[in-house]
Unconditional design. Structure first.
Length: 261
């Protein structure tokens, strides 16, 4: 079974143009994310999927692999699929690792790869972490203030996702320990056939309302296995604007590098 990490990287971000090439403590964002993919156990290949030659040249300069994809790809899922189609050997599993996932630990990527390798019948898998009380309160406060960042997921007893939401779910009417609240980590593993099916489907109603592409799979009956994992004391953060760069740099300084660059 061939498992490939594909990192979609678009130059023309509206909020942060050229974001993949921005340096964070001496290394570009895309180089850092590629290093995380390479450090993940059970991954056979790491590819950057881009529509910009500047990004492709940069990736090749640090020894990475880049595949050019069409400009008309509407999102990272379509770009990952386009890249998979261009590979000499079609992968069995594609892991879509976001290009700004600069602090996603490689063991989380590896846990998803392991789950897909050990369960050949799985169509899709995605990781989530269980919130502790302090994280829950921070998340709750942020949502009350109108923050749209962060997603939660609820699962069936067998570990398959029931629903993803930008709101805190489930509602905690009765106290329970440990908290039954899972924060979704935004990376996905797909069988190649599942990825092909997803990109052929139109946006679904709940997907459009919540702004969560994974709901397209659920609304069309594609099961998603939720892999419970944790950050092992590491901090979670992403870079959405230039103001986030110094925050992430301070976290790298205090917690150390996640993977060899």
């Amino acid at each position: 079974m061939r498992i490939v990490v594909v990192i979609p990287a678009r130059y023309g971000s509206t909020r942060f143009p050229g974001k993949p090439l921005v340096e964070v403590r001496g290394a570009s964002m895309i180089r850092r994310v590629a290093a995380i993919g390479r450090a993940a156990e059970g991954v056979d290949r790491v590819v950057v999927a881009t529509d910009d030659e500047r990004i492709a040249e940069h990736v090749r300069a640090f020894g990475g692999e880049a595949i050019m994809t069409p400009e008309h790809c509407r999102n990272g899922t379509e770009r990952a699929y386009a890249a998979a189609q261009e590979m000499g050997e079609t992968p069995d599993v594609v892991i879509n690792l976001q290009g700004d996932a600069i602090l996603t630990p490689p063991w989380i990527v590896g846990a998803v790869a392991k789950t897909m390798r050990e369960n050949p019948s799985l169509a899709m898998a995605t990781p989530a972490t269980r919130m502790d009380a302090a994280t829950y309160e921070r998340f709750k406060t942020a949502k009350a203030a109108g923050d749209v960042g962060g997603t939660t997921v609820v699962s069936r007893l067998d570990g398959y996702a029931m629903y993803f939401s930008k709101q805190l779910i489930p509602f905690l009417r009765n106290a329970k320990t440990p908290l039954p609240v899972m924060q979704h980590v935004g990376l996905y593993a797909y069988r190649f056939e599942t990825l092909a099916q997803l990109v052929s489907l139109p946006p679904s109603p709940l997907e459009e309302v919540e702004g969560l592409e994974q709901l397209r799979a659920l609304e069309n009956g594609i099961p998603i296995k939720v892999v419970e994992t944790d950050y092992r004391g590491r901090s979670h953060a992403s870079i959405d604007s230039p103001n986030d760069v110094p925050v992430v740099e301070l976290l790298i300084d205090s917690e150390g590098e996640l993977a060899p660059l």
